[in-house]
Write a protein that binds this ligand. Structure first.
Ligand SMILES: [Mn+2]
Length: 287
């Protein structure tokens, strides 16, 4: 890399590691060139709902199941999640489908419990700068999906990743989930600039979450494909058996059928990408 300036996030930077990091979750690899698709409902609402979701997303080709058990809701009166019961249902869904499970850990107090049940820990956007929590997940060996804060710069985000890496956990996966801008037509503005920028500055894998990035289910397929075309290592998507009845984020959740159709388009896109021959371009040499 040609930058003379030393980047402040030493371990997350490509200056420290030129090769892209591949994070392993069981037999699955994130960042190996094949897109990873993590799908499932915003919240675990019931045993039936998460088991049904797990089977549906698996049949459509998802690699992992997501579902929130501890929910950081904007309103204290909104559904807060099932807690440990939700974690148990996620573990049961993994047993039934073989899909690794991803859930958010909201605080240090719950970390041992959440880490006991799930395969991948997620740090939500609102907690991106919760440094004690970042250090705590850094002391585990579990893969961590680190979502970008709603108003965090890419540098602040990579410094948050640095907290996890410097505490000893190399298994960090970044996730762009939209930032707050003046635009109100969508819930957030999915910053796809972040994908090539992160790929340039860091060796860490990056996912895109168009569900939270747009907040509107009908915009999710377009932004999913755009994210992968921009070079993302995968997608984090909200899929609900019946979005109209969802206890959280129904408006941005795909139906299982919509998800199935999107997965077919993802496959077509990736076939087109792999058909192209990638050689270093003069642009790659610009640094
Ligand atoms: Mn959600």
């Amino acid at each position: 890399m040609s930058q003379a300036k030393t980047l402040p996030y030493r371990l997350a930077s490509r200056q420290s590691r030129v090769e892209s990091t591949v994070v392993r979750v069981g037999s699955h690899a994130i960042g190996d060139g094949e897109p990873t698709v993590i799908a499932g409902p915003c919240s675990v609402e019931s045993r039936e709902q998460i088991l049904e979701s797990a089977v549906q997303v698996q049949q459509a080709g998802a690699h992992m199941l997501r579902g929130g058990a501890f929910k950081p809701r904007s309103s204290p009166y909104a559904f807060q999640g099932l807690g440990e019961t939700g974690l148990r249902y996620l573990a049961e869904a993994r047993e039934q489908t073989g899909l690794p499970v991803v859930t958010e850990v909201m605080d240090i107090e719950h970390l041992p419990m959440v880490a006991h049940y799930v395969d991948v820990l997620q740090i939500g956007a609102r907690n991106m700068q919760n440094y004690p929590l970042l250090k705590a997940v850094g002391q585990t060996t579990k893969p961590v999906i680190l979502k970008r804060g709603l108003s965090a710069t890419i540098e602040e985000w990579l410094l948050a990743a640095e907290y996890i890496l410097s505490a000893g956990n190399p298994n960090v996966i970044l996730c762009e989930r939209g930032i707050r801008t003046f635009e109100t037509a969508t819930r957030n503005t999915l910053d796809l600039n972040a994908v090539p920028v992160v790929k340039h500055l860091s060796h860490l894998p990056i996912l895109v979450d168009p569900s939270h990035g747009t907040g509107v289910a009908r915009y999710v397929p377009a932004m999913s494909l755009a994210g992968l075309a921009a070079g993302a290592d995968g997608l984090l998507l909200e899929v609900h058996p019946n979005p109209e009845k969802a206890l959280s984020d129904g408006a941005q959740s795909l139906t299982p059928e919509e998800f199935r159709l999107l997965m077919r388009r993802v496959q077509t896109l990736m076939q087109a990408e792999s058909a192209a021959v990638f050689a270093p371009t003069p642009m790659a040499l610009r640094g």
